[in-house]
Design a binder for this molecule. Structure first.
Ligand code: HEM
Length: 125
């Protein structure tokens, strides 16, 4: 697989789904020993999204979408490392839902950018 867009897409698919599964397990009250692995996979997803956004610029993807992805790739780990300190107590579920949406959004954004970048590549070829 020499196309970096395809490679990044698969990295995010696999790491993202595993991170999501771990996160849902934490939510259900188990698997907390896997928190470092979850943070590592989540960070991998963020880095891959950042790279995907950078590659998208030369492949005809809308700059607004790529800008959103760049910001998103920084916000996901920023919220992740502060997760325990944000709204501790009864309202912490708001942060948990926000974190879930950010993580799921990172996976969705990658899929959208990859689809458009691959289309842009095919048109240019
Ligand atoms: C694709 C990226 C990610 C996905 C899909 C994801 C998903 C989730 C989900 C569903 C939970 C359970 C609900 C919650 O507690 O918020 C969770 C928990 C957590 N995640 Fe992530 N996450 C991602 C990235 C990250 C990153 C990058 C970090 C840190 C650098 C991180 C740190 C944490 C922490 C500390 C918890 C436990 C928080 C708590 O129990 O309040 N996550 N994650």
């Amino acid at each position: 697989m020499t196309n970096p867009i395809l490679l990044l897409r698969w990295i995010i698919r696999i790491a993202g789904i595993v991170a999501l599964g771990m996160g849902l397990a934490f939510w259900g009250g188990s698997g907390s020993a896997l928190l470092s692995a979850h943070q590592g996979l989540g960070s991998l997803v963020s880095i891959a999204l950042l790279l995907m956004a950078v590659l998208g610029f030369s492949r005809g993807v809308a700059p607004g979408l790529l800008g959103l992805a760049l910001v998103w790739s920084l916000v996901v780990p920023a919220i992740g490392v502060m997760q325990f300190r944000l709204l501790p107590g009864d309202l912490h579920w708001i942060i948990q839902v926000f974190h879930l949406l950010l993580g799921g959004g990172a996976i969705a954004l990658t899929e959208i950018i990859a689809g458009r970048a691959l289309k842009g590549q095919a048109v240019a070829a």
